[in-house]
Design a protein around this ligand. Sequence first.
Ligand code: 6R9
Length: 645
Amino acid sequence: MNDMIQPDSKATSTAHASSSDYAALYAVSLSDPDGFWSRQAERLDWTQVPGTIANWSYDPVAIKWFEDGVLNICHNAVDRHVAAGRGDVTALIFEPDDPGAAGRTLTYGELQAEVIRMAGALKKLGAGKGDRVTIYMPMIVEGAVAMLACARIGAIHSVVFGGFSPEALAGRIEDCESKFVVCADGGLRGGKGVPLKANVDAALAKDGADVDAVLVVNHTDSDIAMTEGRDHWYHEVAADVPSDCPCEPMGAEDPLFILYTSGSTGKPKGVLHTTGGYAVWVATTFHYVFDYKPGEVFWCSADIGWVTGHSYIVYGPLINGATEVMFEGVPNYPDHGRFWQVVAKHKVNIFYTAPTAIRALMREGDEPVKAHDRSSLRLLGTVGEPINPEAWRWYYDVVGDAQSPIIDTWWQTETGGIMITTLPGAHGMKPGSAGKPFFGIQPQLVDNDGAVLDGATDGNLCITASWPGQARSVYGDHERFIQTYFSTYKGKYFTGDGCRRDSDGYYWITGRVDDVINVSGHRMGTAEVESALVSHPKVAEAAVVGYPHDIKGQGIYCYVTLNAGEEADDAFTAELKNHVRTEIGPIATPDHLHFTPALPKTRSGKIMRRILRKIAENDFATLGDTSTLADPNVVDTLVQGRMNR
Ligand code: 6R9
């Protein structure tokens, strides 16, 4: 497993960074961060070039980068390419869900016109600098356009994944007091409609979620309800907006977006990113990691509802002037060759996806891959969870014909962009390892008491120094930001991940060490699923853990205690699973419900999750010390229940 694979790709000889470049640049990024990052900031147009570069502290927590700089990220992603004579370069290639339906291609010039229209429409409805705008869209051009339009006028976007339920959407609208929603009438995924506008209506019917205006893009010609005075068709509002809408000058530390993500406790957090540092980070990481060259076609198969879509569909590629595919559909519709058909159709050179998709496709065998021409591919990326070496090998050997390096990229919503990865021209690859730290990143492994561990070792992954793309706060709750990330190990950013470092200095992420599970590359707080379960009137108590799942990486295993007198039969099991779907969304659907008369608790009433995890994993031999349990018999009952499955 530790074998190093050297990339012998057709493309690596021309990579932006060779092995010696990496060593030199990495060294400078640590010895002279101000010099290094002021040079990287030259990738952008600034209306005022920053004089102050890094200004941060982890104790107390205050993070600023480029603080006196002024810029607009939409200008950098769109307008400046047009101004520089690159207006005819293709920016977006939209590939619809149905391979037979008409796609759409936009040049940078056309993208600029679209963004100006959307920005004008938002302004007409009253949105302006600092306002929060919730975006609830399918994977269509207007999703990216809405984000860029917000950035253009200085509004803070909060994109909510189109798979989230009305309940989850309402919570996210309420939390940031968003007064505007941009949605589509409906979306399409795998041939099925997604009732986005109806979900918005249901969300807004709840107490607390109260908006001034909903802007509706007609995507599927669906029959939807429009509330007079509140809901507006985008094409109607945009019919008479000014033909220009200047980019708002933004301070580097002005907020750019909020993105909700799950943590180990409580409700999802609104992770806040600001403008300048984020822009520099995604511009720099996209350039080096994906090694993009003009004329190439890049495709990131994520959704704009996740951070991967923000950084590597919208901002990173567009700031770099790239041509990219935006795909509305799913990997298995109309058949399991869909990804590779899209690769062949649009001659994709660089492809970025998640291990869960790779595993699901691997299961279908090599034929659907071989049926399509993949000779355009030269780089394959992965993100979202650890990739198991078998899936890595299949991706490398079958999808890439052993010619395209695999770029395994470790990062988080909070990090803004890629943090640990191999660079295509600089590093050998080890299947299952994310690789080496990106420029400016100083990983550190610590034990549970915070003692620093050196050399080849296992530990909790911290980062000791700030980088430009780091999140600045949790929206509306800076204290929670400090508590969540900087209090476990004082003076360090704690990632929540466990990690091994080998003797070559390669990092191997072993998964979350907190109560967060990673289901198909999506972060899920066990507390969120628990609170959805106990919101059912028949449920007394619930404890949720992750357990190994062949396709999803981790599945959702729920221990549930019902109120006295209630019985769990098949119908109820289905009902409760459905209840969680309605509360959170399909991605949170429990994989297994384990009904139990009681949960294992300590005398002080704490649920012993360690034991629950082991039982869910069918690992009964090492349950550890159960003597501190209030009632040790509970464990026997649970083990019996698991074995009888
Ligand atoms: C970008 C993104 C972050 C969590 C992170 C870790 C896991 C992401 C990974 C990976 C191993 C990789 N993770 N990439 N684990 N190898 N290449 O996924 O952000 O949704 O916030 O999730 O995902 O556990 O802490 P986010």
